[in-house]
Write a protein that binds this ligand. Structure first.
Ligand SMILES: NC(=O)c1ccc[n+]([C@@H]2O[C@H](COP(=O)([O-])OP(=O)(O)OC[C@H]3O[C@@H](n4cnc5c(N)ncnc54)[C@H](OP(=O)(O)O)[C@@H]3O)[C@@H](O)[C@H]2O)c1
Length: 345
């Protein structure tokens, strides 16, 4: 679809929750106010969170209409008065929490999360405060850069910032979704060994091709924690990138070594359930709750991506108009890595 000058597509969750209630309309192109940057979005990517947002499970009280999706990349179309960080033509991506720039996080940062607390990026033109953007690595296409703001920064924060992963460590990643494959790639960059779990042998082959040393199918080997211990000669892994939630945490406690590290990130198998917390004490575990990361982390990560010319793993690209198919594809969990939305020329 070609966008005529002065108008733009915008997709919003309207009326009530549900994939079919994401409605595409044509709106006037916005103009940037003071300190604002108008971005012509070229691509977006899906995170599991976007699926939860759209289906009403992320925050059933979220006021509608709401423009979904946190992760987008594009080029600066225009800048408002007082903008010093960017100029027309710069290649940029939005940061997940618009106000978490550096240092420790505070509760208020969560109120600036794109595609949740505030409108997201599923629109041809999006206005950002100049602080809410980063430059994207030159070697990445817009499709690739759009995968970074949530999944990649989360994996970076979990392993590199909080986990301080180092050469010789063993990292266990759960499943082959967006966060987990970025964690696999970052662990390999640091010289660590990666054990990947997945529901599918074919997906495990993909993980091995990306540098995992071992794969465990958690469907055919439900006690994957024991297998992870065997693979580390009984010691246990140094880090677990926990995306499973209540259904996997107890096994993660078993898979990790004494004084090991678990980054608690996801809730794919649920939020609540009975849990024996004794291993946290007895094994002196470090448990880090992770909620994406700051702009400074995003910029550090971009330097590493650039230095190593690392490319994100994209599973499939859908055109803007097929956002509903893309969300259903995520629901099917058939993907490996990222699902991307191409906004077209
Ligand atoms: N806290 C944060 O800041 C943050 C940031 C990003 C994401 N998250 C959360 O992290 C989780 C992953 O997000 P994502 O966007 O990477 O999702 P995604 O791309 O949709 O990945 C989902 C994949 O996880 C695997 N999986 C599903 N259930 C599993 C289970 N019980 N045990 C192990 N693996 C399982 C499956 O891979 P296989 O088919 O290979 O098994 C599935 O394809 C979600 O819960 C999301 O909400 C949190």
């Amino acid at each position: 679809m070609t966008i005529s000058s002065g108008s733009a597509r915008l997709a919003a969750l309207t009326g009530s929750f549900g994939i079919d209630n994401v409605l595409i309309s044509t709106v006037p192109q916005p103009s940037p106010g003071p300190r604002q940057v108008l971005v012509r979005v070229r691509a977006a990517s899906l995170n599991f969170r976007d699926y939860l947002v759209v289906t009403g499970r992320y925050n059933p009280k979220m006021p509608l209409p709401r423009v979904p999706l946190s992760d987008g990349a594009g080029e600066v179309e225009a800048v408002g008065e007082g903008v010093t960080r960017f100029r027309r033509g710069d290649r940029v991506a939005g940061i997940f929490m618009q106000t978490w720039l550096d240092g420790d996080t505070i509760e208020a940062h969560g109120k600036s999360a794109l595609g949740g607390a505030i409108d997201g990026v599923l629109a041809d033109y999006v206005l950002f405060d100049q602080d809410g953007l980063v430059s994207v690595p030159a070697h990445l296409s817009f499709l690739e850069a759009a995968t970074l703001p949530c999944a990649a920064v989360t994996a970076w924060n979990a392993l590199v910032v909080q986990g301080r992963v180092k050469s010789g460590d063993t990292v266990l990643v759960q499943g082959t979704g967006g966060v987990s494959l970025f964690a696999l790639q970052f662990a390999r960059l640091a010289g660590a060994r990666v054990i990947a779990t997945s529901s599918s042998d074919a997906k495990l082959e993909r993980a091995l091709a990306l540098g995992a040393s071992d794969g465990i199918n958690y469907k055919t080997t439900p006690d994957w924690d024991k297998r992870a211990r065997q693979l580390t000669s009984g010691r246990g892994v140094d880090h677990v990138v926990e995306v499973g939630g209540s259904g996997t945490l107890a096994r993660s406690f078993n898979a990790v070594r004494t004084q090991g590290h678990i980054a608690v990130i996801g809730i794919l198998s649920g939020l609540a359930g009975e849990l024996n917390i004794a291993p946290i004490l007895h094994k002196h575990l470090t448990i880090h709750g992770i909620y994406v990361g700051s702009r400074a982390m995003f910029e550090d990560m971009n330097r590493a991506l650039t230095l190593h010319q690392l490319h994100p793993v994209i599973d499939r690209v859908f055109p803007f108009e097929q956002i509903h198919d893309a969300l259903r594809y995520m629901e099917s969990a058939a993907h490996t890595g990222k699902i991307v939305i191409d906004y077209g020329a």
